[in-house]
Design a protein around this ligand. Structure first.
Ligand code: NAP
Length: 292
C-alpha cells in the first residue's frame, strides 16, 4: 500500500478512533499519526498500544500540521472539539485540512461543522462507520473493526470533492465499504436499526433491575436474553449523546414500537394465538429475508 496521506490527527483515541488508526497503520497509509483528546492518561495508553505515534493534549496545537483530522469523541463533545480545531487551523493557516468524524448521528454534526469551520465547512466530510462493539477506550480498539463493514458519508452540496475522495479512500483502506446518503436519511435509518434497539436493551435491563428475583434472572440468562441485552453494556455517555442528538427520528421509532408492544399486549391478554402467530411469522420472514 502506498501512503495516502502524510499527517493524520485523531481526536478521541478510543474504540472508533483507535481502530481507524490501527487499520491505516497496518496498510502503511499514513506517515505520522498524532492523537489528541481529553485526558492525558488515555492518550498515554493509546501511545503505549501503538495506536498513535505521539500526542498533544492541546487540540488546537495537535491539528496544526494535519492533512486529515478524524474526530471520534462522544457527540456531546463535538462542539467544543470543533471550535478548538477551527482555532488551531486558523492560527496555523491550515484551513484546507480535511476534517471528518465518526459520530453516530449526522444532522446536528453537519450543522455544527457548517457554523464553526472555515468556508461553511467546505472541507468537512461527515461520516459514520456502521461498526462497533459494546466496549470502549483505546484497549478496545482493533485493526479489523471496519473490515467488510459499511461506512456512511453524508456530504452536502458545498463539500469539497477532493476531500470526499480522500476520506472515502482512507475508509476503503481500512477494509470498509463506503456509501453516501443525506444526513436526514442516515438519521432516520439509524434511529430504526441502531438507536431504538439500544433503547430497548437499556430499557429491558433497567426494568428487570426492579424485580425481586433479579439474581436468578441473570444467573439463568439464556442465549436470547444475552443477544437482546448485549448492547446495554455500551457506554452510557455515548448513548445519552446519541439520543439527544437524534431526538425526533428516535421518538418517531419509539412511538411505532410502543404501538406494536400495545398490540402484542392486547393479543396476549385476549389469548389471541392467531394474532401472535401472524406477527411472529411476519417478523421471522422479514428478518430471514434481510439477514440470510
Ligand atoms: P470511546 O471508546 O469512549 O472513545 C472516545 C474518546 O473520546 C476517548 O479517547 C475520550 O477520551 C475522548 N473524549 C471524550 N470526551 C471528550 C472531550 N470532551 N474532549 C475530547 N475528547 C474526549 O468512544 P467510541 O466508541 O470510540 O465512540 C466515539 C464516537 O464514535 C462517538 O461519537 C460515537 O457516537 C461514534 N461511534 C461509536 C460506535 C460504537 O459502537 N462504539 C460506532 C460508530 C460510531 P477520555 O478517555 O479522556 O474521555
Amino acid at each position: 500500500m502506498t501512503t495516502v496521506i502524510n499527517n493524520l490527527c485523531i481526536i478521541g483515541t478510543g474504540l472508533i478512533g483507535g481502530s481507524f488508526s490501527l487499520a491505516l497503520q497496518r496498510a502503511a497509509a499514513c506517515k505520522k499519526i498524532i492523537g489528541a483528546g481529553r485526558s492525558e492518561k488515555t492518550l498515554q495508553q493509546a501511545r503505549q498500544l501503538k495506536i498513535i505515534d505521539d500526542y498533544n493534549t492541546d487540540i488546537s496545537a495537535a491539528v496544526k500540521d494535519a492533512d486529515v483530522i478524524f474526530v471520534s469523541v462522544p457527540l456531546g463533545a463535538m462542539r467544543t472539539v470543533f471550535e478548538k480545531i477551527a482555532t488551531g487551523l486558523k492560527q496555523a493557516g491550515n484551513e484546507q485540512a480535511i476534517i471528518t468524524d465518526a459520530g453516530s448521528s449526522k444532522q446536528q454534526v453537519q450543522l455544527l461543522a457548517q457554523t464553526i469551520f472555515a468556508q461553511a465547512g467546505k472541507y468537512f466530510v461527515a461520516g459514520h462507520p456502521i461498526a462497533g462493539t459494546e466496549n470502549s477506550g483505546p484497549a478496545a480498539a482493533f485493526a479489523d473493526l471496519y473490515k467488510n463493514r459499511r461506512v456512511i458519508l453524508t456530504p452536502v452540496k458545498n463539500t469539497d470533492k477532493e476531500a470526499i475522495r480522500q476520506v472515502t479512500e482512507l475508509w476503503q483502506v481500512t477494509g470498509a465499504e463506503v456509501e453516501t446518503m443525506s444526513a436526514e436519511h442516515h438519521d432516520k435509518v439509524l434511529a430504526a436499526t441502531s438507536h431504538l434497539p439500544h433503547l430497548i436493551a437499556f430499557g429491558l435491563v433497567h426494568c428487570l433491575e426492579n424485580l425481586d428475583d433479579i439474581e436468578d434472572i441473570f444467573r439463568f440468562a439464556a442465549g436470547g436474553f444475552r443477544d437482546v441485552t448485549r448492547i446495554a453494556s455500551s457506554d452510557p455517555t455515548m448513548w445519552r449523546d446519541i439520543c439527544l442528538n437524534n431526538r425526533q427520528p428516535i421518538l418517531a421509532m419509539m412511538k411505532s414500537y410502543k404501538d406494536e408492544m400495545e398490540m402484542l399486549y392486547n393479543a396476549l391478554q385476549s389469548a389471541d394465538g392467531e394474532k401472535l402467530m401472524e406477527v411472529f411469522e411476519h417478523a421471522k420472514q422479514t428478518r430471514d429475508k434481510f439477514t440470510h
